[in-house]
Design a protein around this ligand. Structure first.
Ligand SMILES: Cc1cc2nc3c(=O)[nH]c(=O)nc-3n(C[C@H](O)[C@H](O)[C@H](O)COP(=O)(O)OP(=O)(O)OC[C@H]3O[C@@H](n4cnc5c(N)ncnc54)[C@H](O)[C@@H]3O)c2cc1C
Length: 291
């Protein structure tokens, strides 16, 4: 049963921030409610005040800037990202990721900001956005600050945001030429959270498959999205071969910190990561060669 709370619906960002400042950790923000309402129904979260931000103006837009890249407002829904022609053409991997996130009903309500703030270690957007070197803007009454997404998620369902802050924007830089980015999740039930997820972004420095830069990010493999830095080191600066791809997979599996739960054992998750990292890195390489 959901405990009683006072419902507040600010009309502007300024009003919302003032309410957050005033009510501190007694309040909770609600956007699409797809994660929060479940926690409230289970009695795991029981705020005295619920601040509904879904109607705030200016936070539900997608903008493409030639210099600054892609800017996605925190209130943009998963479905809007999936359907955006600009994203489909220029940041296709985000479209592919969103297409397989939850059901259409959940995608219609759930927001990208809510997903990142909920910080579920199996969430889909964080690994792919970290692989793309995304940053987030968090705003309080004192103004905005920018945080690399990689540093935003701290632990299971915990972020670097303070009680008086709102996530307002996600920024994704335009990928360098010869960059290929891929994300795939392995899930038992389609339209559910993945057992593991793997995002790989490779930038080639020459035509002969030499890896200039690489980011490999694992989801469902620890308390937060995990950069597999040993696996990246296996590829960075080298001419990529099948043996190196295999080594990257093995290193990623070794540095992952998966748990055993109702969906899979830790060993099974490691095995999946080993295979998925090898396959996704091969696919990222193939895309980089075409870009
Ligand atoms: C059936 C089902 C299947 C799902 N499958 C998947 C899946 O396959 N992959 C996946 O990644 N996710 C999945 N999800 C999770 C879903 O994507 C998220 O629940 C949704 O994106 C959260 O967004 P929301 O706007 O509904 O957030 P809310 O539920 O409103 O809020 C979530 C949390 O974020 C906080 N919050 C929200 N917006 C902000 C903001 N702008 N600033 C600060 N704090 C904020 C809230 O206080 C709350 O703590 C699934 C959910 C359901 C119910």
């Amino acid at each position: 049963m959901i405990k009683d709370f006072e419902y507040l619906a600010p009309k502007t960002l300024g009003e919302a921030l003032a309410l957050l400042e005033k009510h501190g950790d007694e309040c909770k923000v609600i956007a699409g409610g797809q994660s929060l309402l479940i926690l409230m129904r289970q009695g795991l979260v029981a705020p005295a005040y619920l601040i509904d931000i879904k109607g705030l103006p200016g936070l539900a837009t997608i903008k493409l800037d030639p210099k600054e890249g892609l800017k996605i407002g925190a209130l943009v829904t998963h479905r809007a990202i999936e359907k955006s022609p600009e994203i489909q053409q220029r940041f296709g991997v985000l479209h592919e990721m969103e297409r397989r996130l939850a059901s259409i009903q959940t995608r219609n309500w759930g927001t990208i900001g809510g997903n990142l703030c909920h910080a579920d270690p199996a969430g889909d957007p964080a690994p792919v956005l970290i692989a793309m070197n995304a940053t987030v803007t968090v705003t309080s009454t004192k103004g905005p600050r920018t945080v690399p997404l990689e540093d935003f998620v701290l632990d299971y369902f915990e972020t670097a945001m303070q009680h008086n802050e709102l996530l307002t924007e996600i920024r994704v830089p335009t990928p360098a030429p010869q960059t290929g980015t891929v994300y795939s999740k392995f899930n038992v039930i389609e339209s559910e959270l993945g057992t593991v997820g793997v995002a790989v972004s490779i930038t080639l420095s020459s035509k002969d498959r030499t890896c200039g830069d690489v980011r490999i990010v694992l989801g469902g493999a620890g308390p937060r999205p995990l950069r597999a830095k040993q696996a990246e080191a296996a590829l960075r600066g080298k001419k990529i071969t099948d043996d190196l791809l295999k080594e990257a997979g093995e290193r990623a599996a070794a540095e992952a910190q998966p748990i055993s739960d109702i969906n899979a054992s830790a060993d099974y998750r490691r095995e999946l990561l080993k295979v998925q990292v090898r396959r996704m890195a091969a696919e990222a390489l193939s895309r980089a060669e075409k870009n």
